[in-house]
Design a protein around this ligand. Structure first.
Ligand code: FES
Ligand SMILES: [Fe+2]
Length: 373
């Protein structure tokens, strides 16, 4: 299902905007109460009612290339581990030993089984409890009832989606294009914590209205002032940030236009995941809410094409270094300045205008799910 425009349609729309000095716009404004960024109860509701019940991207499929590949991290406050089984199927578990709760996996790697580091209980890749040392110490223990606690996992669009609660919300994965392929290779992952509400940071990715004033010497010299293609597909969305050099496509027949290196796509996968497709690499960013004023930023970067040697990996690394040390640090500084003023009483609401359609779309969807409870 083609929920997003083709590259050729995006290119045409950008060229039209350049010619007409226009941009994509939303219809309605959105007013978001500032207390929604400050209230610990609201934060708990977002995590428990939405993030844990929504099929949320956990990592690119490419992070789990072979049988036994696993990745452990916290999602919506719960430590989880996902692993590709010998049958190729990816499964997910709460990362807690069924003896006394120690985590059975950490980070990323490849394993034949998960052996708990505390007393050595060992679980198969399908979560079954395989072995416990000195089993005589547990008379009557039903091993069949002590496998790892499973969470529903779905592999789709080149991503691993995890849902944590039984009464799950139906997601919008069917509308997604293939975002990652098996040919792409994970070359970097990182985690850091910011003293920010997760939504304040999220909003900075979702509009191009700020590009000129906020990134005057980093992104703006290559791009445009307030010129974006903005699309929604269910609760998900995509914003296109064109580079000035896309104007060269004017002289190329529409069906032969290739956009590689001429624009950046940023997908927002509701609620808290961003996928930025850049010239030489694609980064998935997870905004993991830690507290009402703290967010763990987890990124997975993959090459855009199968590696053709060190040169393409080098390009991908340079590309990533440019984005994170320049434009992204400007966004973080601005988000921190917002976070510091939230308590000031200056604003009861933040108003998202017609050039900020996607932050409004996000808040509208989040609020609708919270209101259903
Ligand atoms: S807590 Fe895992 S074996 Fe004891
Ligand atoms: Fe920005």
């Amino acid at each position: 299902m083609a929920a997003f425009l083709t590259d050729q349609d995006v290119a045409q729309r950008v060229l039209d905007h350049i010619a007409n000095r226009t941009t994509d716009t939303g219809e309605a404004l959105w007013r978001e109460p500032v207390r929604h960024y400050l209230c610990p109860r609201r934060f708990t509701d977002e995590v428990e009612t939405v993030l844990r019940r929504y099929p949320t991207p956990f990592c690119p499929s490419a992070a789990l290339p072979e049988a036994g590949s696993y990745l452990a991290r916290t999602a919506a406050g719960i430590p989880l581990v996902v692993v590709r089984g010998d049958d190729g199927v990816v499964r997910g578990f709460r990362n807690a030993c069924r003896h006394r709760g120690a985590q059975v996996a950490s980070g990323r790697g490849c394993a034949r089984a998960f052996r708990c580091g505390y007393h050595g209980w060992t679980y198969r890749l399908d979560g079954a409890l395989q072995h416990l040392p000195h089993e005589a110490g547990f008379p009557g223990l039903d091993k069949g009832q002590h496998g790892l606690s499973a969470v529903p996992v779905e592999e789709k669009a080149g991503l691993i989606f995890v849902t944590q609660e039984e009464d799950a919300i139906v997601g919008d994965m069917d509308d997604l294009p293939e975002l990652f392929t098996a040919r792409q290779q994970l070359f970097d992952s990182s985690e850091y914590t910011l003293d920010l509400n997760w939504k304040v940071f999220l909003e900075s990715f979702l509009e191009g209205y700020h590009i000129k004033p906020a990134h005057p010497e980093t992104f703006f010299p290559f791009g445009f002032d307030n010129l974006n293609v903005v699309e929604t597909a269910g609760r998900n969305a995509r914003i296109t940030f064109p580079f000035q050099r896309i104007a060269q496509l004017k002289d190329v027949a529409p069906e032969q236009r290739k956009v590689d290196g001429l624009l950046t796509y940023v997908y927002h996968l509701f609620p808290n995941v961003l996928i930025a497709v850049l010239s030489h690499h694609t980064t998935m960013v997870v905004l993991e809410p830690v507290a009402v004023d703290a967010t763990r930023v987890i990124s997975y970067s993959v090459t855009n094409n199968a590696l053709e040697g060190e040169a393409s990996l080098e390009k991908a690394r340079n590309d990533k270094a440019f984005v994170s040390t320049t434009g992204q640090s400007e966004d973080i500084a601005l988000a921190k300045s917002i976070q510091a003023s939230l308590h000031s009483g200056a604003n009861a609401f933040f108003t998202f205008g017609r050039y900020e359609k996607l932050p409004g779309h996000f808040h509208r969807n989040l609020q609708a799910l919270l209101d259903q409870r």
